[in-house]
Design a protein around this ligand. Structure first.
Ligand code: CDP
Length: 229
């Protein structure tokens, strides 16, 4: 165990729609750990900028201090960590089209990443955390005890996204449009200079394309338990 922690940190990284957040939440619940959805933080910062009326063209010139001053925070709740903007707990608004369409642009900015790095490291100080995102195993928690990298077929990821947003039987056109949107975000996330999306050298890769949700959760819980930490 890394000194100072009361338990392990488990990281789950992967591209959009690979099932990271739902899997991480359930893995955390079964292990009795807290869950950190780092994507929700990037979304919250994007939401805060839009809500505060900061023009998108000005985002690249903001400093770490400017991003901090927006008032996005992480608070411990029982079972997880809650993302707040001032007094407001953010949840559904983080998944709006306006936020999803701009978040990868925000995530390329060094000062935005620096501001969120502090919040994420603090959430991991005591361990007993399952953290999901793009750079949990590579940058935020390079010393995590268990690192997982989830992948899944692009079209399968698009279908999952559409199902999540209520479309039970999407048309081929709707699937094709979602494939394009996810692919564009993956390209931005993998192609950026800072914290690009890629597996850590010591991550275990799991392809979830043909796996049922319960199977992928059980597989990860099993990996953590087998390490005996
Ligand atoms: O749920 P989904 O995989 O679609 O996205 P998310 O986890 O909510 O993350 C939204 C965006 O935030 C990603 O497309 C990345 O641009 C950014 N992000 C990041 O750069 N680093 C992270 N650790 C997590 C998210």
């Amino acid at each position: 165990m890394t000194s100072g922690r009361e338990g392990p940190v488990v990281t789950l990284d992967g591209p959009a729609g690979s099932g990271k957040s739902t899997t991480a939440r359930e893995v955390a619940r079964r292990l009795g750990f807290r869950h950190l959805d780092s994507g929700a933080l990037y979304r919250a910062l994007t939401f805060a900028l839009l809500d505060s009326g900061v023009p998108e063209n000005d985002w690249p010139s903001l400093s770490t201090e400017d991003f901090r001053a927006l008032g996005v925070t992480l608070d411990d709740t029982n079972g997880g960590v809650e993302v707040r903007f001032g007094d407001r707990v953010l949840a559904d608004e983080l998944r709006s089209k306006a936020v999803t369409g701009r978040v990868a642009t925000l995530a390329r900015l060094g000062p935005a990443r620096a501001c969120l790095l502090e919040l994420q490291r603090k959430a991991g100080e005591r361990g007993r955390l399952v953290a999901d995102g793009r750079d949990m195993g590579t940058v935020v928690f390079p010393d995590a005890e268990v690192k997982i990298y989830l992948i899944a077929d692009l079209e399968e990821r698009a279908r999952r996204r559409l199902r999540e947003s209520g479309a039970t039987n999407p048309t081929p056109e709707a699937v094709a449009a979602e494939v394009d949107a996810i692919h564009a975000r993956d390209r931005k996330d993998s192609g950026r200079d800072l914290s690009p999306l890629r597996p850590a050298g010591d991550a275990i890769e799991i392809d979830t394309t043909g796996l049922a949700f319960d199977e992928q959760v059980a597989k990860i819980v099993g990996l953590v338990e087998r390490r005996g930490i």
